[in-house]
Design a protein around this ligand. Sequence first.
Ligand code: SIN
Length: 288
Amino acid sequence: MVRTRRLSHAFGVEVLGVDLRETLPDATIATLRGLWNDHGIVLFRGQDITVDQHLAFSRRFGTLDRHDTLKPFRHAENPELLVLSTIPVDGKPSASENVGRHWHSDLSYTTRPPLGSLFHAQILPEIGGDTLFASMGAAYDALSAKLRSIIDGLEAVHDYMGVENMKKRDPALVAELRKANPPVAQPLVRVHEESGRKCLYLSEQMTKVIVGMSERESAPLLRFLFEHSVDPLFTYRHQWARHDLLMWDNRSTMHLALSDFAPGAHRYCVRSTIVGTPSGRVVGAVAG
Ligand code: SIN
């Protein structure tokens, strides 16, 4: 029997009394999977686990991504881990110091968005370093039936190069990311393949245009849907504690790594990513 506690009004659940250093029974994994599908994020506190234990637990939920489209941020020895760090390496800024500082669902700008991620907090600033999450299922459910029927069949173009802080990144790195990630059309409403729940699928900086419309026509609707999706009613702010392990479902949530800590403060976290069902199609250029 797994004990839980809700994290916010809209979504999220904390699991109590589970030690991720142990190999959990299949029945417990099935329960956790059900919680993940239903609640979007699942939190375990106080998990002082090794990299191998993190990866072994992650593998219980599916095949691990080797982060081929995010090579600059991969762990040097282990491609199944992504490093989200502000700690300089050899005197140079960390490649991932500005990663995730915008609302997004991971890899929505590719045709292989992951099922979800397992994020382990290892070094944290004294204050801040929080992550915001939004329930895209709750946001969809709160729309009027008329608007839901209008957007249900639409696609929108996602482009990684839309991320504003790309300008702050090393140009050679940006060129590499551009080459690996051409724009992709995704459904504006994604159906979660396990729960059947409909979820909004867009984010402010990366979703550029609705397919079949001009940018001018799309902009007001995209703006409304984006602002609606991050209404506080549908969000949860996670204040990390050392050794938190948090799983987010990438199909029904999005997230934003906040710059809410002192410049130069150290934050070091690692993430594994579970391969998902392919979605979307490459469109090559940002056009309707
Ligand atoms: C991410 O994986 O998008 C980064 C999240 C975070 O650093 O809080």
